[in-house]
Design a protein around this ligand. Structure first.
Ligand SMILES: Cc1cc2nc3c(=O)[nH]c(=O)nc-3n(C[C@H](O)[C@H](O)[C@H](O)COP(=O)(O)OP(=O)(O)OC[C@H]3O[C@@H](n4cnc5c(N)ncnc54)[C@H](O)[C@@H]3O)c2cc1C
Length: 380
């Protein structure tokens, strides 16, 4: 049985590992963290990703700990409704729902589906060596593992990418994000509704992620801090968003201080080269995007599935890796570029531009739903 080494047990690495295992590979996932950690609050998985998870046989388990998103609302910063979209009907028409889920729940279900014996923790990849028949991953802990393929699913600051493409800086979007999860029960945030509110230089969002929990996020145009951090942000957020749509500060208030995390929002301009012989990039290591379309993890899930499919259909592993690289570039590049542009509009500070943007979003509501359908209706 050929062996695949996957570096990184994030959403992309775990999905790729499941897909590869299902198509006959012996898979080892090597993760630098000592265990699967509860990181990153909540996440939206759109129809395109839910469909892939169902094909991999993980859909039921994942959906059982998630909340379906029935309605999406776009509001002004004061809470005035601009557009309401029926995501329930859209999901029915496309054949799978959009869901909100806690990242820890998603990772746990993926790890269960893969089999915990396939994941090795406390393994920090520091370099790889490759030849015509495979690649070796070298680890800070002293191990040296070999696979017929090596999948770099080690995130936006990927070590594997760094070696494969050479060092390249990430691109700061100009805004930072705070995230948290709260147990709140307020009439403004009914179950099944996801809300995005836009203001001057900031946006906030809230959505249900199952178990009575609400995931929230906020952004603001501030200088990059370089490192992610948690704790110490609540007072600043409550001050910054004090006069916004009241459900938002209420959610921040209901979140434990230490559970609020902050990240600079970064991505990288799309590049076409994701392979170096038997070494291949996947997820944020290959096609990182800003979160404005909520598609980063969804694309990582798609890529994991397509990688295994291409390898299965190709005559050689080399041909399969190249087919994967070619088939994924256009879609992921389009999402990275659109998400970047959308983020620029959300970050407008000029009063007139914001007024115009809010009216435009209100007027084009139906059109933007059709555009969303084009992105999430794609079946890989
Ligand atoms: C604020 C915000 C909101 C978002 N919201 C959404 C959303 O709603 N929907 C959506 O689809 N996407 C969203 N995303 C994007 C999504 O989080 C990422 O696209 C997704 O997590 C990428 O998964 P990944 O597995 O490629 O990388 P990661 O999740 O970064 O996982 C990489 C893994 O590799 C490990 N690792 C790193 N280096 C090494 C090494 N040298 N050796 C071994 N292991 C290593 C890490 O510890 C980690 O476990 C959001 C992102 C942000 C910042």
């Amino acid at each position: 049985m050929p062996r695949a080494l996957v570096i990184g047990a994030g959403i992309g690495g775990l999905t790729a590992a499941i897909a590869l295992k299902r198509t006959g590979w012996d898979v080892s996932v090597c993760e630098r963290a000592p265990e699967l950690r509860e990181v990153g609050a909540g996440i939206t998985l759109w129809t395109n990703a839910v469909k892939v998870l169902r094909k991999l046989g993980v859909g039921e388990a994942v959906e059982s700990v998630a909340a379906p998103i029935k309605t999406s609302e776009l509001r002004s910063w004061r809470g005035k409704l601009l557009v309401r979209a029926d995501f329930g009907s859209l999901g029915e028409r496309l054949g799978a729902p959009c869901i909100g889920i806690h990242r820890a729940d998603l990772q746990a279900k993926l790890a269960d589906a893969l089999g915990h014996e396939n994941i090795q923790f406390g393994m920090t990849c520091v370099a790889y060596n490759r030849d015509e028949k495979g690649a070796n991953a070298l680890f800070a802990e002293g191990d040296d593992l070999r696979g017929q393929i090596l999948v770099g699913a080690d995130g936006i600051k990927s070590l594997v990418r760094n070696q494969l493409l050479g060092p390249q800086p990430t691109r700061y979007a100009g805004y930072t994000a705070w995230r948290g999860v709260a147990m709140i029960d307020r009439p403004e945030v009914p179950v099944g509704v996801t809300v995005l509110a836009m203001g001057r230089g900031s946006q906030v969002g809230m959505l249900p992620i199952g178990g009575g929990r609400t995931y929230w996020f906020a952004t603001a145009n501030v200088p990059a801090e370089g490192v992610a951090g948690s704790g110490g942000h609540r007072a600043d957020l409550l001050k910054r968003f004090a006069d916004w749509w009241p459900a938002f500060p209420a959610a921040v208030e209901a979140t434990p201080e230490a559970a609020i995390i902050r990240n600079d929002i970064i991505d990288r301009p799309p590049v076409r080269k994701w392979t170096d012989g038997r070494v291949v990039l996947l997820g944020d290591a290959a096609h990182p995007t800003t979160p404005n379309l909520g598609q980063g993890a969804c694309q990582a899930i798609e890529s994991g599935y397509v990688l295994a499919k291409c390898l299965k259909e190709a005559e050689t592993a080399d041909a399969g890796l190249l087919a994967y690289e070619q088939s994924r570039f256009d879609r992921t590049a389009q999402i990275t570029n659109e998400s970047w542009q959308l983020g620029k509009m959300f970050a407008y500070e000029n009063r007139l531009k914001c007024w115009f943007r809010d009216r435009l979003f209100g007027l084009l509501g139906g059109m933007s739903l059709r555009h969303t359908e084009k992105i999430i209706g794609v079946e890989v």
